[in-house]
Design a binder for this molecule. Structure first.
Ligand code: SF4
Ligand code: SF4
Length: 501
């Protein structure tokens, strides 16, 4: 069984990495790159609680939930890429004396923390603040790989990107994943045992699983050797804590008396321990979640005035709905060919931490690209056809992300009487949203200078940001896009009457 689990784990970790590598604009060929996120029951449950809808792709999570009801937390050791990584790293790090391993692998009250984290996340989701993606292991690993690990691997040997991508504030994400991986040095599968909210959810679902590790008490000589290799901290040598068991199967192979088996519980099997949760702690967790709620609902762009720098990808839902769906997985950032999609810091409040925004100094929205909507597992970014994005028939208007504004104090023809037509040349709309007024004005020496001074026609501007990105005034462009006029918002408009956007 252990060998089978290892092959399985290698296969699923490989599949996760494969999807990550092909989730790149150069390799996208219709692969189901969101599969792991769609299989994730915590993503489905969190999204359901906040948006009151279950996006069709997330129904795949039943493929994990239903077997968990019968077989327990098989996902944690057999499918979850972060669990598999933690297991591998723990194995690599932890060659301890048996006496230390017994001590470290026994169940500890700190393992309850993950249930409290799960409770807080679900209460917050129930009230409308979706934060499951911060700690969901699939979203967390995917985000960390995309924002921290793959860019660090970019170089001569690992040329996954055309140019090394940069991600705004990626250091926080890097430190978090490093801490999670290094914690295995001190406690085997620290993340899975202590913190993982998905593990806790599956633990609750596995409580009545008829198939489980069972110990034949007549055969057991109480040597506790099983405990030395246990990855779950579920006390296989005593009364099994089935909600903690990751089904790593190490205990079965370690038992010298052949007293441990996986199967239906039998009369001579050991009994199991109930879930170790204190009612008082659960109440405290609920109160903490209530206290956190106002802090997490501080997105100005969703609930009061639209924020100029919260420019979302094409097809994004209105801001409040977007925040109710986005799990911060960064899949859209990975696939974006221009690296314009960046993890937000506090631009959209604490609630919007690590959700995607366009930062046009970094890239621009490619006119014929709709990839981000195709990979989003929760439809926070709707999958839109190219015709809808650019406003070709049967669509009457293109999708507008925002509007460009000139800063005449920095624009070369306006401020310095230096000819420049870069923004107009780059503008992808037809007719172009940037137009010129030809003027002849006296130069410093009195000689006339012919200039083309640019203007933006807001009804044509789609806010793609290429003008800002290519502006030769490189530190802070002389034309900048803000979110006003974005198609997804009825409020974020420049005028109330008449249609200019
Ligand atoms: S549609 Fe725009 S934002 Fe989305 S992936 Fe393509 S270029 Fe990036
Ligand atoms: S918008 Fe981007 S980060 Fe958010 S769920 Fe969709 S793909 Fe993931």
């Amino acid at each position: 069984m252990r060998a089978l689990r290892r092959y399985h784990a290698v296969f699923f970790l490989g599949l996760f990495l494969f999807f990550l590598v092909v989730n790149d604009f150069r390799h996208m060929r219709g692969y189901e790159t969101s599969l792991f996120l769609e299989l994730d029951p915590l993503t489905a449950l969190g999204g359901f609680l906040t948006s009151h809808t279950l996006y069709k792709g997330l129904a795949w999570s039943l493929v994990i939930l239903l077997p968990t009801l019968f077989f327990g937390r098989f996902f944690c050791s057999w499918v979850c890429p972060l669990g598999i990584l933690n297991q591998g790293i723990s194995h690599f790090f932890n060659h301890r004396r048996p006496v230390d391993a017994y001590k470290l692998n026994a169940y500890r009250p700190i393992f309850r923390v993950k249930y409290y984290i799960l409770t807080a996340l679900l209460i917050l989701a129930g009230m409308g603040a979706l934060q499951t993606g911060l700690l969901d292991p699939i979203a967390l690993l995917e985000r960390s790989m995309i924002v921290a690990i793959l860019p660090a691997m970019h170089g001569k040997a690992w040329d996954f990107y055309q140019h090394q991508p940069y991600f705004h504030g990626g250091i926080l994400i890097t430190l978090l994943v490093l801490a999670i991986l290094l914690a295995n040095r001190f406690l085997t599968r620290f993340w899975c045992r202590v913190l993982c909210p998905l593990g806790a959810l599956l633990g609750v679902f596995s409580l009545r699983a008829p198939f489980r590790i069972r110990r034949d008490v007549d055969r057991c000589s109480a040597c506790s050797r099983c405990l030395q290799f246990c990855q779950g901290g579920c006390d296989p040598h005593a009364e099994l804590r089935v909600s903690e068991c990751h089904l790593c199967m190490n205990c079965i192979e370690a038992c010298p008396e052949d007293a441990l088996h996986f199967g239906l519980a039998q009369p001579r099997s050991s009994v199991q321990q109930p879930l170790d949760l204190g009612r008082r702690r659960l109440v405290e967790t609920g109160v903490t979640a209530l206290a956190l709620y106002p802090m997490l609902r501080t997105s100005r762009s969703a609930y009061s005035n639209p924020a100029p720098d919260v420019i979302r990808p094409p097809g994004s839902l209105p801001e409040a709905d977007f925040l109710a769906r986005c799990i911060k997985c960064a899949a859209c950032m990975r696939v974006c060919p221009t690296n314009v999609l960046q993890p937000a810091l506090l631009e959209s409040g604490l609630e919007g931490l690590w959700t995607p925004i366009l930062i046009n100094t970094q890239g621009y929205c490619e006119h014929h690209c709709v990839l981000c909507g195709q990979v989003c597992p929760t439809a926070a970014i709707r999958p839109v056809p190219i015709a809808e994005k650019i406003g070709n028939k049967p669509y009457t208007h293109p999708i507008k992300l925002g509007t460009a504004f000139f800063d005449r104090g920095r624009c070369l023809p306006w401020a310095m009487h230096i000819p420049c037509i870069v923004c107009e040349e780059m503008c992808p709309t037809s007719p172009k949203a940037i137009w010129f007024q030809s003027v002849t004005i006296p130069g410093r020496d009195g000689k006339p200078v012919d200039l083309k001074q640019p203007f933006v026609e807001p009804a044509r501007c789609i806010g793609c940001g290429i003008c800002e990105n290519k502006c030769p005034v490189v530190d802070q462009a002389a034309i900048r896009v803000t979110s006003v006029g974005e198609t997804r918002s009825q409020r974020n408009r420049m005028i109330l009457k008449g249609d200019i956007s």
